[in-house]
Design a protein. Structure first.
Length: 186
């Protein structure tokens, strides 16, 4: 008659496609290595698989999660350790030596909600931490003599830089794990 019948292969293909799209926008698979912030109308409503210290692999809350189709958007956040490198900077030590220093920091996002609210994306967190790393490095190395970088005191210097950077990183939902100087030249 009018050609609209469930026996028509074209109609079945359209219904199957719509059904697959609906299921695909309803179900989200959260892997072990990622955290998910579910956002509805610009506001975070749920967090799946958040980072917890000493959690057992396989019991983290990862897996299939249900969300409201077409309204919920998932923001993915990496749970693994990430790094941010600082471009070569000139630092003046207390003994008036000009040092060219390259450094990096390793961090992990521990509070995905705070990260989403304050920075929005992982890239913005790294971009925000980079100048703070440079500032913390300049502040701490500016208090020290050049010889302290070559002595066992270097570990304490790195701990002080990490602690200073960690205070700033908490506002982005991140935790600084390690800070290292790759190279320091006169």
């Amino acid at each position: 008659m009018n050609g609209f019948s469930l026996r028509n292969p074209a109609v079945l293909a359209v219904f199957a496609t719509i059904l697959l799209l609906l299921i695909g926008s309803t179900v989200a698979f959260v892997p072990e290595t990622r955290q998910a912030v579910v956002v509805r109308f610009g506001q975070p409503v749920a967090i799946y698989n958040p980072y917890k210290t000493k959690e057992v692999f396989g019991q983290t809350g990862a897996g299939l999660k249900i969300r409201m189709p077409l309204f919920d958007q998932v923001v993915w956040i990496d749970k693994r350790i990430q790094s941010v490198t600082m471009a070569r900077q000139q630092v003046l030590s207390t003994d008036q030596l000009r040092l060219q220093v390259d450094a990096f920091a390793r961090y992990r996002i521990t509070d995905p909600l705070r990260m989403y609210i304050s920075a929005g994306t992982e890239d913005r967190v790294a971009d925000s931490l980079r100048p703070i790393l440079g500032s913390a490095l300049r502040n701490e190395l500016g208090k020290r003599r050049f010889e302290s970088l070559l002595s066992p005191e270097r570990g304490r210097v790195m701990d002080n830089i990490r602690d200073g950077l960690n205070r700033a990183a908490r506002q982005y939902g991140a935790e600084i794990i390690d800070v290292r100087i790759m190279r320091a030249d006169l």
